[in-house]
Design a protein around this ligand. Structure first.
Ligand code: SAM
Length: 190
């Protein structure tokens, strides 16, 4: 298939925006797969800040990072991403070039603990104010579960209203597939 699938496309967007030495955010650590990807992208001189509300996700991610010798460049917070602006040190504000939100529930974990549009939108707002210009926020939206459909509608509504002078907003989605596969909204700060 020549057209990039959803998760590879999310990675391509971040790869284009982020350079070695940069500062980036994993807003939903989960099992830490995206964190490892980001830690490799920023390299030894870069920094990753990660957030999750579940202790299980923090521990799993920290273990994965240690195993891959990437722990030093990642700070993990057992906090909701709605606390991004408060937790990321002020000296790093204005320097963040990439962020990813892999929304929904922790695969293999408690499906009752999901992301919610109010807190996701609060985090996006904060990121837009503390990111570098041309920094990119990638949202991977899983809308096959009940709360996911609500979050999808709220996020589409919010993102479509973002002032085009403040951000470019892209939707990337296969529109003829069954079972509500995930899709991407990418926001580039202007
Ligand atoms: N990126 C992960 C990976 O590579 O494995 C998958 C993330 S999983 C789909 C979504 C995660 O979001 C869950 O681990 C859940 O605990 C977390 N979450 C839910 N609400 C959150 C919030 N307000 N702030 C940060 N994380 C949250």
């Amino acid at each position: 298939m020549k057209v990039e699938r959803i998760l590879p496309f999310a990675k391509s967007l971040l790869t284009n925006a982020v350079s070695p030495g940069d500062i980036v955010v994993d807003a939903t650590l989960g099992n830490g797969h995206d964190t490892v990807f980001l830690a490799n992208l920023v390299g030894e001189q870069g920094k990753v800040y990660g957030f999750d509300v579940q202790q299980e996700a923090i521990e799993g991610t920290n273990k994965r990072l240690t195993e891959q010798n990437l722990r030093d460049r990642v700070t993990t917070f057992h906090e909701g991403h709605e606390r991004i602006a408060a937790k990321i040190p002020v000296e790093d504000h204005g320097k963040i070039t990439g962020a990813i939100f892999n929304l929904g529930y922790l695969p293999g974990g408690d499906k009752a603990i999901v992301t919610h549009s109010e807190t996701t939108i609060a985090a996006i707002e904060q990121l837009l104010s503390i990111m570098a210009r041309e920094g990119i926020i990638v949202l991977v939206i899983y809308h096959g579960h009940e709360q996911g459909a609500v979050e999808r509608d709220d996020l589409l509504d919010y993102c479509q209203r973002l002032n085009q002078k403040a951000a470019h907003v892209l939707q990337y989605q296969f529109i003829n597939q069954q079972n509500n596969p995930p899709f991407i909204i990418a926001i580039e700060k202007r």
